[in-house]
Design a protein around this ligand. Structure first.
Ligand SMILES: [Zn+2]
Length: 453
């Protein structure tokens, strides 16, 4: 039953997007009950729809889809889909304007979004409100794997508030209230704050905790080492960064609840999440067409690792087709989960490779802090790639590849300020302009690297 709070929330979101968030969520709940095969048919229809649409309204794709023979005489030939040219971050940046739709309807309420990028490459892209609501429902759907949603929840998440002295806007405070959400800033995990966060959780008694995988893991270690009592929510959703089985186990032991592993990025939203059965991650195949391909762009075998490519089926403003996210995944041997939900499984996703930073006084600084500030908050197209290295407790080196020299000094100043706010005022920051930043031998990119043992 909808509470008054939910009705207000629905109304506020409806005004912005023209769509009811609860309707969108209910649709996904309906798909959940259908068979995987039925949902695959819907996925195919959605894929055909975005392809035809992109051919008609997105200048970049007209030629690409014709060349691949995916659109012939206004007909979609899906059997040729594998011939569509891959979209990577560089191609996206170089064809930015021609990737935006010419269709007025989908240009309404569009906004620019940024990602720290999974390959160390900050990325800019366009989304709009129609997309935002469907993706918000997709996020909510994953909460419902634990409990009906909205419900009381705590988000241990990065927030630039307090760091650059921004305040929560009235709007975000209202949204927190309407969604029954409390935010604990994972960019400021000092020893004192971790005590406070533990108390906040005990006081608020959230039904769900949503957190950066690294941050909730560090908080769990803190609670365990200090023998603190902690309220047990119904479930925890860990996201952003790889949740390794040993991390998952420790979080489960400390919080005494199920821990779900959710995968998503700012470019494509939340695309997969494990359930209580822990047999893999349920892919949202209604909103996404996900491919895991080997180096020759052939489908990776079940159990084998490959690059993840996503075709977003909900973004009609800047469609992303066969977009190379930069994360690695493993197709599942068994796509059906013991829970019976109609969304097929992905075995594992290995997201960003990164180290957590620690200061001498025990403050934990997640890698997302750097990705967020360098790639999102201050991303003005000044650098094209970066890597942050902690050489010592109070010494940081930032390697970067320069894109645009103008405003570089101001950019460095802003980032240095933000870093000293969390790492300590006497933290030394060295900027090193380089020509390239090599990948790891595994082919993965290391964003942050701590040299402290
Ligand atoms: Zn399941």
């Amino acid at each position: 039953m909808k509470t008054i709070r939910n009705k207000i929330l629905e109304f506020v979101l409806l005004l912005q997007s023209g769509k009811s968030i609860f309707n969108e969520l209910n649709k996904l709940k309906k798909y959940e009950k259908q068979s995987i095969n039925e949902n695959l048919k819907t996925q195919q229809k959605n894929l055909e729809k975005i392809l035809l649409y992109s051919w008609k309204y997105v200048p970049y794709y007209k030629k690409i889809l014709e060349e691949a023979k995916v659109v012939v005489n206004e007909e979609i030939l899906l059997e040729n889909f594998h011939q569509v040219k891959i979209l990577d971050k560089e191609i996206l940046a170089n064809n930015f304007n021609s990737l935006i739709t010419t269709n007025k309807k989908f240009r309404r309420n569009m906004y620019t979004n940024y990602s720290g990028g999974s390959t160390g490459t900050p990325t800019k892209f366009i989304q709009a409100q129609h997309y935002r609501i469907r993706e918000m429902a997709a996020k909510w759907y994953y909460y419902t794997l634990i409990n009906s949603f909205p419900c009381k929840h705590i988000k241990l998440w990065g927030s630039e508030r307090d760091i650059i002295q921004a305040k929560f806007s009235i709007r975000s405070r209202m949204m927190n209230f309407l969604q029954q959400r409390k935010i604990l800033n994972s960019f400021q995990m000092t020893q004192k704050n971790m005590f406070d966060y533990t108390n906040e959780i005990n006081k608020y008694k959230p039904i769900i905790i949503e957190a950066y995988a690294q941050s909730i893991y560090e908080l769990a270690i803190f609670i365990k080492n200090n023998n603190l009592k902690i309220f047990s929510p119904e479930g925890i959703i860990a996201s952003a960064g790889t949740l390794y089985p040993s991390m998952k186990k420790l979080i489960e032991d400390v919080f005494q609840c199920v821990v779900l592993n959710r995968y998503g990025t700012r470019e494509v939203g939340d695309v997969a999440c494990s359930c209580e059965k822990n047999q893999g991650l349920h892919m949202n195949i209604i909103n996404n067409y996900i491919e895991i391909l080997d180096d020759n762009l052939q489908p990776a075998e079940p159990g084998e690792i490959g690059q993840i490519y996503i075709t977003k089926l909900t973004n009609f403003t800047m469609p992303l087709i066969r977009y190379k996210i930069g994360d690695l995944g493993i197709p599942s041997k068994n796509t059906e989960c013991g829970c019976g939900r109609g969304f097929p499984l992905l075995e594992f996703v290995e997201g960003r490779e990164m180290s957590v930073f620690k200061t001498k006084d025990g403050t934990i600084v997640p890698a997302e802090f750097f990705i967020h500030f360098i790639g999102v908050v201050f991303n003005k197209g000044i650098i094209s790639k970066f890597q942050v290295i902690q050489n010592d407790y109070d010494k940081i080196t930032i390697k970067y590849i320069l894109q645009e020299r103008e405003n570089l000094d101001g950019y460095k100043k802003q980032i240095s300020y933000a870093i000293r706010r969390v790492m300590g005022e006497d933290c030394q920051i060295f900027w090193r302009e380089v020509d390239q930043i090599p990948n790891l031998p595994s082919g993965k990119y290391l964003y942050t690297l701590s040299e402290i043992q």
